[in-house]
Design a protein around this ligand. Structure first.
Ligand code: FAD
Ligand code: UDP
Length: 369
């Protein structure tokens, strides 16, 4: 008989939701994380009363009322609506691509004319059946927007040519023929009041957590602690990279405190020119309508992942998808290990999808023991 039912590797949203649900079902869980804090990529650090999104800006959004009610049962959310801007050669454009953007770019006020203009550009480009991100983008918004707001941003974000990237990445963005700058189309959206740490603290309340513990530094002993392991780290690392590395994009963040109340007037500005090395500037206080006298901004620089860096974005192109398939075959044959979350499933998951995946997993396995 082992001491714990579950050893949960990773205290991000997947691990925290899984631990909470299993604890509620009477199972004994222990959560470990190699970082010095819990929360994974939603963790925030407080500076002068401002919650800094330490691993990139996070906006919660979902269409699923059950998921919305679930997170709100741990922390109340504010009514923040994400409406970032794009900066291209010193001009500002609204995002996502909507009538404001089209007006700023083409000086056209009529949705009928915009639709006609995009249709013409798509026909000239001949992108009727898109097979890569470039073709998909042109098919959605035409060549002008692609060149100004997508190509440069995408190629620096992913470190690859847009023609070598999958279409689904750009399909995340809505295109609207209305004057509506809401980046998301989901029914529910917001930021936890008091920050994301409150959500994680709520989920992990009363559960044993050890931070600063890397599973791979003591794999053998840690594995003996529990009947089952829930692993939310990198899948290739779990198998010691035996089929080679899965590729990721990593990020470098440059934070700066400024003694002014408001730097850019909006939470995020994307810089879409390829020659500017960062992709965006985040001004954190705006996520919570902060009234502090100072402000903190962060420049986000994309870079290729290599050992020692944090893995942020899976690169789901053909080669990596095939390699992931090899690892996943091994994962499927594990009887005592559950793999979940953005790293272990190598999926471009948003927060609500990670929560849903963890809840589903608990539901499907809870009757197996
Ligand atoms: P993670 O949060 O990565 O947690 C995994 C944890 O496992 C980490 O804490 C890690 O330290 C730990 N770990 C890994 N290996 C080991 C090991 N060997 N031993 C011990 N611990 C280990 N989603 C949205 O919905 N809205 C957004 O606006 C949004 N913005 C994002 C911006 C950026 C820059 C990024 C990168 C992601 C964004 N996301 C957003 C996605 C969101 O961050 C993820 O969906 C979610 O946080 C993933 O949770 P997770 O538990 O799967 O993984
Ligand atoms: N994108 C772009 N220009 C922008 C914003 C996004 O070209 O100003 C593209 C880019 O390829 C990006 C993708 O759209 O990777 C998805 O954007 P999203 O904002 O959803 O990315 P994330 O929040 O995951 O970084």
């Amino acid at each position: 008989m082992k001491e714990y039912d579950f050893l949960i590797v990773g205290s991000g949203l997947y691990g925290a939701v899984f631990a909470r649900e299993m604890t509620n079902l009477g199972k004994k869980c222990i959560v470990i994380d190699k970082r010095s804090h819990t929360g994974g990529n939603i963790y925030c650090e407080n500076t002068e009363g401002i919650n800094i999104h330490k691993y990139g800006p996070h906006i919660f959004h979902t269409n699923d009322k059950k998921i919305w009610d679930y997170v709100n049962s741990y922390v109340e959310f504010n009514n923040f609506i994400y409406s970032p801007l794009a900066n291209y050669k010193e001009s500002l454009y609204n995002l996502p691509f909507n009538m404001n953007t089209f007006y700023q770019l083409w000086n056209i006020k009529s949705p009928v004319e915009v639709a006609e203009k995009i249709k013409n550009q798509v026909e000239i480009a001949g992108c009727i059946k898109p097979s890569n991100l470039e073709e998909q983008a042109i098919n959605m918004v035409g060549k002008d927007i692609y060149e100004i707001l997508i190509k440069g941003y995408t190629e620096k974000q992913w470190g690859r040519k847009a023609i070598d990237l999958p279409t689904f990445i750009i399909k995340r963005l809505p295109v609207r023929l209305t004057f509506d700058n809401n980046y998301f189309t989901d029914k529910y959206q917001g930021i936890p009041i008091g920050g994301y740490n409150k959500l994680i603290e709520g989920l992990l309340a009363g559960i044993e957590v050890r931070t600063g513990v890397d599973f791979f530094k003591d794999r053998y002993e840690l594995s003996k602690l529990a009947n089952r392991i829930v692993y939310t780290g990198k899948l290739d690392e779990f198998y010691n990279y035996k089929f080679g590395y899965l590729e990721y994009r990593s990020l470098r963040f440059e934070h700066e405190y400024m003694n002014i109340p408001n730097y850019q007037g909006v939470s995020v500005i994307n810089f879409t020119e390829k020659t500017i090395p960062y992709t965006r500037i985040i001004e954190h206080k705006h996520f919570e309508f902060g009234k502090q006298t100072g402000t903190v901004i962060t420049k986000e620089y994309p870079q290729e992942w290599k050992p020692g860096l944090e893995a942020y974005y899976p690169i789901n192109d053909v080669n990596n998808t095939n390699r992931f398939g090899q690892y996943n075959e091994l994962a499927k044959s594990e009887r005592h290990v559950i793999f979940g979350g953005r790293l272990a499933e190598y999926k471009y998951y948003d927060m609500h999808q990670v929560i849903a995946a963890a809840l589903t997993k608990v539901k499907t396995i809870k009757d197996t023991f």
